[in-house]
Every structure is written in C-alpha cells, then in structure tokens.
Design a protein around this ligand. Structure first.
Ligand SMILES: NC(=O)c1ccc[n+]([C@@H]2O[C@H](COP(=O)([O-])OP(=O)(O)OC[C@H]3O[C@@H](n4cnc5c(N)ncnc54)[C@H](OP(=O)(O)O)[C@@H]3O)[C@@H](O)[C@H]2O)c1
Length: 392
C-alpha cells in the first residue's frame, strides 16, 4: 500500500512495546508506505528491529524530528494523557488503542478538533471491528436508536470456559490470564468497567451524547459460578456480558449486565475473544458486526487503518454534536429489568425488588427471579460482588 507514490514513507513513533506495540511494529515492518522510526518504552526491550530508535524519554520521542505520527499503545492512562497533550502541542497526529484514555478524555479530544488536531482510536472499541469509522461514514445519515453487544473479549473467554469446559470462575480466569486473554489485574474486565468505557465511547459516536462511563449501571461476572451457568444451559441458554444502550424520548437506557441469551443465537456463537455488535437504525433496521475483539495482530490492524487516515486528515465525524464544541450530556434513565439473582441469604434482604417471581433456598444462598431497578442492582453489587446476576 502507498499513501502517495511521490511522498516519502510516513514516520511513526510507537509508545508502548507490549502485545499490541510489538504486533504493530511487526506488521508495519512489512509495509512500504510507512516506517517505524522510534519506540517509546519504560524498560529496555529484549528485541527491537534494527534501525528503530528506542526512547526511554517518551516526551523526546513525541518531539523528535524523525516522528510524523504518534501511536500510543501503553496500558497507562495517566501518562498517556500527558502524551496526548504533548502531541497536541507539537501538532502531531495521535493514534491510540487505550480505551481508558479515550473514555476519560473524549471531550478534550474532540474539543481539540476545532484546533485542527487529529486523534483516532478505532482499536479502543472492539479492537479489529471498524465500528467507529462505520458510524462516522457508512451510517452517517441515519439515526441510531440502539447499540448492544459483547464488547469485552476477556469475559467472553471466561464465560465460555465455565460453560463449555465446566470450569469454575477461578479456573476460567486463570486460563484467560495464562493464555493472554486477561491481564494479571483483570478487575476492569470482570467488573464490567472496561465494557462500560467502550459503551461510553460507542454512545458518543452512535448518538452524539456524552455519557461518562461511571454513570452507566453495571454488574460484572465475578459472582457467577459454574452452577449458575449450568442453570441456564439446562434451559438452552448461555450467559454473556452484554453492553446495551437504547435511546428513548426521555433519555438513554444504558447498562452492562451478564445476560441470558438463547444458545442458538448470534450472541451465543460469539466465542473466545470475539466481539459482537448489534446496531439498530431508523431506516437500515438491524446491522451486526462481529470479529476479533482482542489480540495483538487484530488490534494492530485497526491502528494501521487509523495511521493511514491521519495522512488524509480524516477525523471521525461525530453525529449530533460539536455545535461549537458543545455536547448533549444525556441522562441515563433507570430501568426495571427482569433478572436472576443468587445472593447470600444474610444480605439478600438488602435488595429492594419491585416484584419476586421465584424464590429458592440453596444452603446459605437464595436464588430468586423477579423485577428490580437496574440502578439498585448495580449499587448493591458494588458492595456485594459475590452476588450472581443474570438479566433474563
Ligand atoms: N491486547 C489487546 O488485545 C488490546 C485490544 C484493544 C486495545 N488494547 C489496548 O492497547 C493498549 C496496549 O495493550 P497491550 O495488550 O499491548 O498491553 P501490554 O502488553 O501490557 O503492553 C503495554 C506496554 O506499555 C508499556 N508502558 C506502560 N506505561 C508506559 C509508559 N509510561 N511509557 C512507555 N511505555 C509504557 C509497558 O511497558 P513495561 O513492560 O515496561 O511495563 C508495556 O510494554 C492498552 O491500552 C489496551 O487497553 C489492547
């Protein structure tokens, strides 16, 4: 691929040389329109291709005359914000895969657009799936009414291990960590926080509304046991962590919840670290996207698309927003949902149900189904994360 036959190769500096950084450098080394000229690291890497300068001072990399585009693939959301601001100051395009950075800095990133800065972050949401670019272009004339999907590969791997291999939660988490699907500190993934961050970014692009991720009610998968999964398997259902945002006349309904889905549907057939997204449109009706939601090489693929887009100055067009930099800050509505809950009996009375349909004692635990406010459930599970919750 060439970005122009007459132009010299684009010079890229990559900050962070872990799973994604190494995969990115590996692929870019095979392309002739681009040169990786620098990597920014904390610790000296065991290997780095010949001809690439290694910077321990990332600020120097960003300011270096051998770098045209800055790519940020660290797992450090504090330092990465400094890197982003430094790239702004230098007027250099910035590409990142860091969802925490993006979810926390969306307003700042898009405010900078008015200054002509370009920041692209396709890989931050569902890795290889080109959902942000598609929202900005292919469907730009349509009103999006709902975004729903599996946006976290780690929890998908864990739930699959619990279901298919009948592992308990701890064994499945260990498997995911040992096979590179989960970080050593997997809390952001298993608690639904990572999915909430991605949902926040998706809401910004799909609806043009700013929904801070910590305002999205969420329940993680930490409380689920193999017995809970088996309970649903017996009903020909599987359990998936689903992020969901739907517009209503009064605001948005948004949540991240373990959810029961029919064993035969597209959610259930989203296996391993794959992601799946279902978008509802005013005219186009339902559209789905499925693909690798994690992994160095697939994530690098999305980053490379963004690197190329910087050369054409193709920022994302965000619908309904950026009227003089202003964004609609929309209200997350509470919602009464039907759920399965297994909770320690001694604390179960602290849950305020709207109605209880079934109740069963299982030793020290109570298993119930009924209707309850999603906000109430989310707050309860922050205190009692060993509670199993599955939306029905
Ligand atoms: N892996 C995926 O499938 C995937 C998918 C989509 C998005 N992402 C995002 O992509 C980013 C990178 O993920 P990853 O899986 O490659 O993580 P990783 O394997 O943990 O690598 C992160 C790298 O960043 C380096 N780093 C951290 N802080 C740094 C700093 N201040 N200056 C320079 N280097 C620094 C680390 O260096 P040390 O080794 O010295 O600590 C490490 O080499 C993350 O933001 C992640 O959320 C990952």
């Amino acid at each position: 691929m060439q970005h122009s036959s007459t132009k010299p190769p684009l010079r890229v500096g990559v900050i962070g040389y872990g799973t994604v950084g190494r995969a990115l450098v590996q692929i870019l080394e095979t392309m002739d329109w681009v040169n990786v000229t620098a990597i920014g690291v904390r610790n000296t890497p065991d290997y780095c291709p010949i001809g690439i300068r290694v910077f321990h001072n990332v600020s120097q990399l960003i300011r270096s005359s051998v770098v045209d585009v800055v790519v940020e693939v660290t797992n450090d959301s504090v330092a990465s914000l400094e890197f982003l601001r430094e790239a702004f100051q230098c007027g250099k395009p910035f590409v990142t895969a860091n969802k925490k950075l993006v979810a926390e800095s969306l307003l700042e990133i898009h405010a900078q657009r008015t200054e002509g800065h370009i920041v692209l972050y396709e890989a931050a949401v569902c890795a290889s799936i080109p959902v942000l670019r598609s929202l900005a272009t292919s469907w730009s004339t349509e009103q999006c009414t709902s975004v729903r999907g599996i946006v976290n590969g780690t929890t998908n791997v864990i739930l699959e291990r619990m279901s298919v291999y009948e592992q308990n939660y701890e064994q499945a988490l260990k498997y995911a960590q040992e096979h590179g699907f989960a970080e050593r500190d997997a809390d952001a993934d298993v608690s639904g926080q990572d999915a909430a961050r991605k949902l926040s970014i998706l809401c910004f692009h799909a609806f043009g509304t700013w929904l801070p991720s910590d305002t999205i009610p969420r329940v993680g998968i930490q409380g689920l046991t193999h017995d809970d999964i088996a309970f649903f398997a017996a009903r020909e259902q599987s359990v998936k962590l689903i992020a969901n945002a739907t517009t209503t006349g009064r605001g948005l309904r948004a949540s991240v919840l373990p959810t029961a889905v029919a064993s035969s549907n597209a959610y259930s057939s989203t296996t391993g670290e794959q992601n799946f997204l279902e978008l509802q449109w005013q005219y186009a009706a339902a559209q789905t996207l499925q693909g690798a939601g994690a992994g160095g090489i697939p994530t690098a693929s999305a980053i490379i698309g963004d690197i190329l887009a910087t050369t054409r100055y193709e920022p994302y067009v965000v619908r309904n927003v950026l009227h003089n930099g202003q964004h609609a800050n929309i209200h997350v509505l509470d919602e009464v949902i039907t759920v399965y809950v297994r909770v320690r009996s001694e604390i179960g009375r602290n849950l305020h149900w709207d109605s209880i349909d079934t109740y069963e004692e299982l030793g020290n635990w109570s298993r119930m189904t009924g209707t309850i406010s999603v906000r109430e459930l989310s707050e309860f599970c922050k205190d009692y994360s060993d509670t199993a919750v599955v939306r029905l």
